[in-house]
Ligand binder design. Structure first.
Ligand code: ZN
Length: 259
């Protein structure tokens, strides 16, 4: 597996003559409960990128480790950048890679708060710059269904699978999310009555573990085995997608002109 920052420019020259696809891992540095590392979202994005890069021979670019996380700011250690800066940084990075001939990029994103900005950026790259970027969530959809949530059973299990030494299960706790903001009732993940509201994590949880109002989030049930069973089929699925991306003709992926 090739990581761009580990090779020389002359090796990069030869590499870019052979491939027009790269993986760009993106994440966040933000609180993930009392038991998971602050880097969870970027560490998982990087770990998935590396294993998919190994399987497919597609080069992996350096990680972008700080994202849109201001809503976690009351928890020490959380870092963030404003959304316009994040969008511009990702776009400029993609354009720099594209200048070397890599025009198909898989953005592997570990943080849900980045998704909207990444899709906007990918849209701009596709429409205005002749670059096709797809945005992949680094955590499998199956994880969210299975006692999911931020720093909950699923995410902690994925951490145990990829980097057990960074998880302190002795500090893991189960969390009941708060169910009201002042007099107003919070329902589901982030709705207040019939509306949505711009919550900070601290509005919803004291531990930093986040799920849905009225539901117990059982971080203590996390296991490495569960992480393995969630990630291994997903790694396979993403690797198949990358193989398809390698074969795809760029023009067939770009934005169409007027009919
Ligand atoms: Zn996370």
């Amino acid at each position: 597996m090739v990581r761009l920052h580990e090779i020389s420019w002359s090796e990069a020259k030869a590499l870019f003559e052979k491939t027009d696809v790269a993986i760009l891992p993106v994440g966040s540095t933000e609180q993930h409960g009392p038991h998971n590392p602050l880097g969870t979202d970027h560490l998982v994005a990087e770990a998935l990128s590396k294993v998919v890069g190994e399987r497919t021979g597609v080069p992996v670019l350096p990680i972008i480790p700080v994202g849109i996380s201001e809503h976690h700011r009351q928890f020490p250690g959380t870092l963030w950048v404003p959304p316009p800066i994040f969008r511009d940084y990702v776009k400029a990075t993609a354009l720099a890679v594209a200048s070397h001939g890599v025009t198909k990029i898989l953005i592997v994103n570990g943080h849900g708060g980045n998704t909207a900005a990444l899709l906007e950026t990918a849209g701009e790259l596709r429409r205005d710059h002749g670059v096709f970027a797809a945005v992949l969530m680094a955590f499998p959809p199956a994880m969210m269904k299975l006692g999911g949530g931020h720093a909950g059973t699923g995410e902690t299990s994925v951490n145990l699978y990829f980097h057990r030494h960074l998880v302190n299960m002795e500090k893991a706790v189960d969390t009941q999310q708060k169910e009201s903001l002042g007099p107003l009732k919070i329902e589901g993940f982030n709705t207040i009555g019939p509306a949505q509201f711009p919550w900070d994590t601290i509005d919803l949880t004291d531990t930093g573990v986040l799920g849905a109002a009225g539901k117990l989030i059982e971080s203590t049930k996390a296991t490495e085995e569960l992480g393995k069973s969630l990630m291994e089929p997903f790694i396979e699925e993403v690797s198949v997608f990358v193989e398809e991306l390698k074969k795809a003709d760029l023009d067939s992926l770009l934005s169409k002109s007027h009919k």
